[in-house]
Design a protein around this ligand. Structure first.
Ligand SMILES: NC(=O)c1ccc[n+]([C@@H]2O[C@H](COP(=O)([O-])OP(=O)(O)OC[C@H]3O[C@@H](n4cnc5c(N)ncnc54)[C@H](OP(=O)(O)O)[C@@H]3O)[C@@H](O)[C@H]2O)c1
Length: 327
């Protein structure tokens, strides 16, 4: 059969579909990549189901991050067979992304596969792992060290949360996992969580300052949970705001900032190339997770629709990686 498989959305607000497309459909760029693996991110689930209208061109191949091997290149920096990693730069929103067997990308967006990571591991980390790296670097720049106290990971069973627990526990941090899936407590402990909190049984309280609990937090949920984190952070506590799986808006007051010196730190993965390269080197070495086999869930392109729905519903766990060689 001619052509190759791709998962594309065709119009604003509509759900995507798996289809066969041809090389004539490839997006702009000068490096053609045979895609091996692509991570499934919460943002990809929103785009693939037509929510929040993040797609900026149509049709659009979804997928924010990918790994693979160069098939051909018009740029002298890349040669057939080179193993590469590509993420961000508007992939899966303004430019075709990773949910296809073949893609064409600008050479400047293309990074060499970091030494120490396989193609599967690189895609398993993807922007989820990269955001954990950005957060970790920012918190450590603000003075966080393993002996400082408890570090809470909110949205613990998700892609970002699972990787954060694995990396932080490897570094010797005391990790507390906060989850809506109490039945996944065993999984979270296997990744390295020292304690697991069940969101359903949590009392968030309403006082502007609550008992001081956390030296730091990695939050991929946002909303009232983020506001609670600010109220329960310890003196000089550091809260990394990574995601919004529970909503964009949160209320609050300034007392945690002015009475406890709490710092709210924003995390974004669209950083200069030098910073991206530096963080990937660390994710491939001293920050490399130890439990890929526990948090990676390999799926084929045909399993993507169900996986996407589970992410939106919040019933998913771990990090789904689309194996483009499967099926
Ligand atoms: N800042 C950046 O540059 C950056 C980079 C990557 C991702 N992100 C953001 O980080 C967040 C997590 O991304 P991800 O790829 O890890 O997503 P994911 O795999 O879907 O994980 C999200 C997790 O959040 C928890 N959750 C709590 N309330 C939820 C709700 N109402 N709906 C859905 N999930 C809910 C769930 O875990 P529990 O049940 O265990 O709580 C869920 O598994 C997203 O908002 C994403 O956009 C930001």
């Amino acid at each position: 059969m001619s052509g190759f498989r791709a998962y594309r959305v065709h119009e604003a607000g509509s759900r995507g579909r798996l289809e066969r497309i041809s090389r004539a459909d490839l997006d702009h760029g000068n490096v053609v990549v045979r895609i091996a693996y692509a991570g499934l991110n919460y943002k990809d689930a929103l785009t693939a189901t037509g929510r929040e209208r993040m797609a900026r061109k149509f049709p659009l191949v979804c997928g924010t991050d990918l790994s693979g091997a160069v098939e051909s290149s018009e740029d002298p920096r890349w040669h057939p067979g080179d193993e590469v990693l590509i993420h961000s730069f508007g992939l899966g929103a303004e430019h075709d992304g990773g949910f296809a067997e073949l893609g064409r990308f600008p050479a400047d967006w293309t990074f060499p596969l970091p030494a120490g990571l396989s193609l599967l591991e690189a895609a398993a980390l993807g922007v989820a792992g990269h955001s954990v790296g950005v957060a970790l670097e920012l918190l450590e720049k603000n003075g966080l060290r393993p002996g400082d106290g408890k570090v809470l990971v909110n949205g613990a069973t998700g892609g970002v949360g699972s990787i954060a627990i694995d990396v932080l526990s490897r570094l010797g941090y005391h990790v507390v996992a906060l989850t809506g899936k109490a039945d996944r407590a065993g999984y979270l402990r296997e990744l390295g969580a020292a304690e697991v909190l069940d969101r359903a049984s949590m009392e968030l309280g309403a006082r502007p300052l609550e008992e001081q609990l956390w030296a730091a937090a990695f939050d991929s949920v946002g909303s009232a949970q983020l506001e609670w984190l600010l109220r329960t952070a310890r003196r000089d506590g550091l809260i990394a705001s990574i995601g919004n799986a529970g909503g964009n808006e949160f209320a609050g007051n300034v007392l945690p900032f002015i009475l406890r010196g709490v710092r709210l730190i924003g995390v974004n993965v669209n950083n200069p190339v030098a910073m991206k390269l530096r963080l990937w080197q660390r994710l491939a070495s001293d920050w490399k997770p130890r439990h890929f086999e526990r948090f990676v869930r390999r799926i084929g392109l045909d399993e993507l629709p169900q996986a996407v729905d589970a992410l939106i519903a919040g019933t998913s766990w771990g990090r789904h990686v689309v194996d483009l060689g499967r099926g």
